[in-house]
Design a protein around this ligand. Structure first.
Ligand code: BGC
Length: 818
């Protein structure tokens, strides 16, 4: 006989119900063996399923494009396919819920997690998220859309209060969550770390109980972000079902006591446990008593999907006819990202990929190496290059490197991310010390830089001499989710070929939020003028120079925002030097968001490829060589300079926040809404991207016959591929109210269609709008209002290029419930 959730709840003691409301460990809930109830397991998310290992290492997994790369595809079918594939990945890691997608809005271009989010636009984000969730959940894996809400920056994210007026929340920041509940039926939601208007998102009664559950009818599970739940009764009463990770800090016996003290009712605990059980039932976790197993499934169909998705998201920003690269030519392959595959960002979305294809590998695979030459030119590292060598680690109990060695193990590189227990499970990560011994042999003689960043105290000695000290004057910085210090760098002279002894001493220390013991040590010889000159002379001898520049996951990472959006290091100088040496220079950018391009006019081509997953180099080579269409369109405006961005301000209250508050003072004017409002011309507008073919637009028509009665309108047009090769375009429909009763953006994206077409083919495309597409949110009335007005409908290929426009008028108001 199958037991209903109510039967199970009836059969449970209060303690058993409470046990379901906290994790048991980092990635799972406790089983209740007495009742045959299995464990719910979760996995990060979102560009793959990492499984239960740590951020480093772990069972290998498939690396998909990051959020902004998928966002740039503007392709809902593709997102659904990716969702289906990720369900398989989640299953291969023995998990039931994927901690994804990330749908915060790209407010500040410097946000460390800009790469993980889809777009600056709520509608684009919402449509893509709904498709991803639909795909994932079609296979019985629950999504966990995150981070609800107001987590648009990494600065002091665990304590910051995002001050956002209700209209902006409703019209911008909540839309992706609303769509995911109403259109895709997401089973999971993760609350944000930050506070929203003074209350922690994890104990925000209005957000969770009133809006999410009450208004939108969400019937799944709400969990905290990791260590983002800070109280007992307030979180439970506000509707937070699950405190993560475990073991519990604020629930367990504390919650039982709160029930006994009358602070939380038994019905509330039952409702929270019921939500957890319902998702366990839906995913099959309820009776999943199989032993936990994680597999590395490297599937050919996923390889193909990722390669296609990479090209679909690659944006061609400039092309003076240099691309696609035609016949066999001499190609200079230049830049720090040429031989290093930048496939993902940093932080909790990191995983251990099956493999990484660099642009160099992709090009060699496609055209052979005979006509290719290479020079790195400069670096773009945020930290000194990681010290990769075997290190013997001797662990000591306590923080003073004293007493007997408790455990010995070997590390393959000088980086760790220790959580929970260390030293083979013998010592707690927050109370131990360690001495690591290894060696480094320099290729060239010179003055090397040695860097150390640590969440804990750390010192690096080279040949017995203290070189980098992050112990004596350790201060909190922007590494390891803000638990670590900024990198401390010292220098040492080394002789080529002579091994130097490297000793790292580490001791755990008290933490702020995340109890992690981590460090990363690096060593490298700074690159200089000669390296840039070498790259330029290589370019001078070639027919085409491809310059692979950008950032990497050290910069585009959870846990720290970017200081600015110039290309790091000497990369701008490198591009300029190469451009002086060769007229056919193509800059291939890989970044998690906008960058300034002072050399824009000096180069012949620019491509933005983001972090497209394990097939990175193949997807990039496909586009450069014309085997694939550059299918991407910018999901985020690229400003000329950081100061043009809405969140850039002299007032730290607006960004990055001060005294615990960051004020979204620009209101609904985010992204292109801001550039429109202030008449600022972006470097490249939202929605922009070139094709290898050309398109013609014709026979535009508007059907507004039902507009007056129910607020719906449809817009149709013919699109023809007027070029000589297959390609795709993205038509975008913006709505511009002419005399709105409140201050509204000049226009807002309300529908879009990605249209692939063979050469010479024509297709009629229809985009439909409902009453919500015309509405603003009236806070006093708590209603969406489609006001009587004339609305211009702009059909374009980006936020600044309109191919057709028309208008519709209504004379009566429509009011809609939230
Ligand atoms: C991130 C979440 C992630 C969680 C678990 C947090 O640091 O904000 O997005 O799912 O860790 O790794």
């Amino acid at each position: 006989m199958t037991r209903t959730i109510d039967d199970l709840l009836d059969a449970m003691t209060l303690e058993e119900q409470v046990s379901l409301l906290s994790g048991e460990d980092f990635w799972s809930l406790p089983a209740i063996e007495r009742l045959g109830i299995g464990k719910l397991r979760v996995s990060d998310g979102p560009n793959g399923a990492r499984g239960g290992g740590g951020l480093l290492g772990g069972v290998k997994a498939t690396a998909f494009p990051v959020g902004i790369g998928l966002g740039a595809s503007w392709n809902v079918e593709l997102l659904q396919e990716v969702g289906v594939a990720l369900a398989g990945e989640t299953k291969s890691k023995g998990a039931h819920m994927l901690l994804a997608p990330t749908v915060n809005i790209q407010r500040a271009v410097t946000n460390g997690r800009n790469f993980e989010c889809y777009s600056e636009d709520p509608l684009l984000t919402a449509e893509l998220a709904a498709a991803y969730i639909t795909g994932l959940q079609s296979q019985g894996i629950s999504a966990t859309i995150k981070h609800f809400a107001g987590n648009e920056s990494e600065i002091e994210r665990t304590t910051m209060s995002s001050v956002i007026d209700e209209r902006s929340l409703r019209e911008v920041y909540l839309i992706p969550f609303e769509w995911s509940v109403k259109k895709a039926g997401t089973k999971g939601v993760m609350t944000a770390y930050n506070k929203v208007n003074g209350a922690y998102a994890s104990e925000h009664n209005w957000l969770i109980n009133d809006v999410l559950r009450g208004e939108w009818g969400f019937d799944g599970l709400v969990m905290s972000d990791w260590f983002g739940s800070h109280s007992t009764a307030p979180t439970v009463n506000a509707g937070l079902d699950l405190e993560m990770p475990g073991p519990s800090r604020d629930r367990g016996q504390k919650l039982v006591a709160a029930v006994e003290a009358g602070e939380v009712s038994r019905d509330t605990v039952r409702a929270r446990a019921s939500a957890v059980l319902s998702v366990m039932e839906w995913t099959g976790a309820l009776y999943d008593n199989r032993p936990h197993e994680e597999r590395a499934d490297d599937r050919p169909e996923n390889r193909a999907l990722i390669r296609r998705a990479g090209a679909e998201g690659t944006v061609l920003l400039k092309n003076n006819g240099v691309l696609p690269i035609k016949s066999v030519q001499r190609i200079a392959v230049i830049g720090p990202n040429a031989k290093v595959a930048q496939i993902m960002g940093g932080g909790s979305s990191q995983l251990n990929p099956h493999y990484r294809v660099s642009p160099w590998d992709g090009l060699v695979e496609a055209v052979g190496s005979d006509n290719l030459s290479f020079a790195p030119g400069c670096t773009n590292d945020r930290f000194q290059p990681l010290l990769r060598t075997d290190l013997k680690v001797e662990f000591f109990a306590g923080r003073h490197l004293a007493g007997d060695v408790v455990h010995v193990e070997t590390l393959e590189a000088a980086e760790t991310f220790w959580l929970g227990m260390v030293a083979g499970g013998k010592l707690p990560a927050l109370d131990f010390s360690a001495r690591l011994t290894g060696s480094f042999t320099a290729d060239k003689s010179g003055t090397y830089q040695v860097g150390i960043a640590s969440a804990g105290l750390a010192k690096v000695y080279v040949n017995g001499k203290l070189i980098a000290d992050a112990w004596t004057n350790w201060t909190q910085g922007r590494t390891f989710f803000e638990e670590g210090c900024d990198e401390v760098v010292g220098s040492v002279d080394l002789e080529a070929g002579r091994p130097a002894e490297v000793v790292i001493e580490f001791a755990s220390k008290d933490h702020a939020t995340l109890g992690v013991a981590a460090f990363r040590a690096g060593i490298g010889l700074p690159m200089g003028d000669a390296d840039i000159a070498e790259a330029a002379s290589l370019a001078a001898e070639a027919d085409v120079a491809l310059v692979f520049v950008g950032r990497n996951g050290e910069w585009d990472t959870e846990g720290s925002d970017l200081p600015q959006i110039e290309l790091p290091g000497r990369q701008n100088e490198l591009v300029n030097a190469v451009a002086r040496a060769n007229r056919n220079v193509v800059v291939v950018l890989q970044t998690g968001g906008p960058v300034e391009m002072p050399w824009l006019d000096e180069v012949a081509g620019i491509v933005e490829a983001w972090y497209p997953g394990q097939e990175a180099g193949n997807a990039i080579a496909d586009v450069l060589l014309g085997k694939a269409e550059p299918g991407g369109r910018l999901p985020q405006s690229f400003p000329v300079r950081w100061s043009d961005n809405p969140a850039s301000s002299q007032d730290p209250k607006i960004y990055p926040g001060i005294d615990g508050e960051v004020e979204y003072r620009e209101g609904v004017f985010v992204g292109y809404r801001h550039y429109d409002q202030h008449g600022i011309k972006p470097l490249f507008p939202f929605g922009f991207g070139l094709s290898y073919t050309s398109f013609a637009f014709d026979a535009f028509s508007i059907d507004d016959s039902a507009f007056e009665t129910d607020g719906t309108v449809s817009v149709s047009l013919d699109i023809s591929n007027s070029g000589t090769r297959a390609g795709s375009t993205v038509v975008q429909l913006y709505v511009a109210p002419q005399n709105a009763p409140v201050k509204r953006p000049a226009k807002e994206l309300k529908a879009f269609a990605k249209v692939p077409l063979a050469a010479g083919k024509k297709q009629r495309v229809t985009m439909s709008l409902d009453a919500r597409a015309f509405a603003y949110f009236d806070v006093d009335r708590q209603r969406w209002i489609a006001a009587p007005d004339t609305y211009r409908l702009l059909v374009g290929t980006d936020a600044m290029t309109t191919v057709f426009s028309g208008s519709v008028t209504r004379s009566v108001e429509i009011e809609l419930r939230p």
